[in-house]
Write a protein that binds this ligand. Structure first.
Ligand code: GN1
Ligand code: MG
Length: 360
């Protein structure tokens, strides 16, 4: 990204002046994100939304801006009760729009940077798991009265299991024999899990589980914490859509309970941490417990397993498709990610008794 191009985009937004420098924040797999410093404060986060992946960017922006405003109003009404909490604040363009589209068709949005925060790619402290549970639980709570049917489904069938299996089957048909061979063991695992991995999908489809506003990308690196390790703000709200509680519970568990990063190659380092599961569950239920039905509660462990599986099948599918979706840093990156997620499932399965025990 050229500095001049970035300055030109930045200058289209209101409040945007005195540009000093920028740096890329490279942790996302889909969008391009830049931290912008200005001569005076504040700092900003400028984001180019990948419109190959997100087909309806105006709908996506409308989702996240309206949910942010909803939460801001809740904070105002409730007061922050002594806890420091933040919500993303989007800056409008000088023309009053919540995104800017450049001449080449790219979509951009600008947020205020949240100061004095830290993030975690992996968790090494049960307090972070507990605080993460409270933070994502509160997100669900604060959006409980937001009409989910008003949200655009930014990626249709994003967590739909049958859809992910269809994509996997199609990828398998077209994949190179070399990639199929490398993925052989995982391919048979996918097939073996098919039935179990449709249980939640079927319950959702027949209306047994409530449709809520869900974040859909609750990996722990999408939570900001204060320097004192308290949950501060939920970020990366691009995939806010209607969904079930299990998606958000599960994706957080997937990343909090993995003792290693999602692309750790040494599978011996990848184990499922039950103590963190319990800590996250405690925080999450403190904020949501009374709002969840018996069926929602009962299926939380399967929710976690299903979300780990969804990522496994998606990474594997992308590997079979020659890496067309996720950003990759090396040849087998998606295969490594998929192997890592299957190892996490295996480790979770070994400890399922201890996990279930918390739900009886
Ligand atoms: C992608 O781009 P990022 O890192 O926020 C993906 C998520 C996956 C995640 C895995 C739109 O999110 O679904 O959980 O990678 N987002 C999309 O790390 O596909
Ligand atoms: Mg994301």
């Amino acid at each position: 990204m050229e500095t001049a191009q970035l300055i030109s985009v930045f200058s289209k937004f209101d409040e945007a002046s005195n540009f000093k420098s920028f740096q890329e924040l490279a942790s996302g797999h889909i969008n391009d994100t830049y931290l912008i410093e200005t001569v005076q404060q504040p700092k900003f986060v400028l984001q180019r939304i990948n419109h190959g992946v997100f087909k309806d960017v105006p709908g996506l922006i409308e989702n996240k801006v309206s949910v942010s405003i909803h939460i801001q109003e809740k904070f105002k009404a409730l007061g922050k009760a002594g806890e420091k909490k933040e919500v993303l604040r989007f800056v409008r363009t000088k023309e009053g729009k919540s995104y800017y589209q450049s001449e080449n068709g790219d979509y951009w949005n600008l947020m205020l940077f949240i100061e004095d925060s830290v993030t975690f790619e992996t968790v090494h402290d049960p307090e972070i798991a507990y605080e993460g549970g409270k933070l994502f639980g509160e997100f669900l709570n604060l959006t409980d009265d937001f009409d989910a049917s008003k949200l655009t489904e930014v990626i249709p069938k994003f967590h739909d299991m049958s859809f992910r299996f269809q994509q996997f089957d199609a990828a398998l048909l077209n994949a190179s024999s070399d990639r199929v061979k490398q993925a052989e063991t995982l391919i048979s695992k996918v097939k073996a899990f098919k039935e179990e991995m449709h249980i939640l999908q079927n319950l959702k489809d027949n209306g047994a589980i409530k449709i809520r506003v869900t974040h859909n990308d609750t990996k722990i690196s999408n939570a900001l914490f204060t320097k004192e390790n308290k949950g501060l703000c939920v970020i990366d709200t691009d995939t806010i859509m209607p969904g079930i509680v299990h998606y958000d519970f599960g994706d957080a568990i997937r990343t909090i309970c993995n003792s290693a990063a999602e692309d750790e190659q040494n599978l011996e380092l990848v184990t499922f941490n039950v103590a963190y599961y319990k800590a996250y569950l405690k925080g999450f239920l403190e904020k949501t417990g009374s709002a969840l039905s018996a069926i929602e509660l009962r299926y939380l462990p399967l929710g976690a397993k299903s979300m780990i599986f969804i990522m496994a099948i998606r990474f594997l599918t992308d590997f079979l498709n020659n890496d067309v979706y996720y950003k990759t840093k090396y040849e087998n990156h998606n295969l490594v990610r998929a192997k890592n997620q299957f190892k996490l499932i295996a480790s979770m399965e070994e400890q399922m008794n201890q996990i279930q025990e918390k739900h009886e």
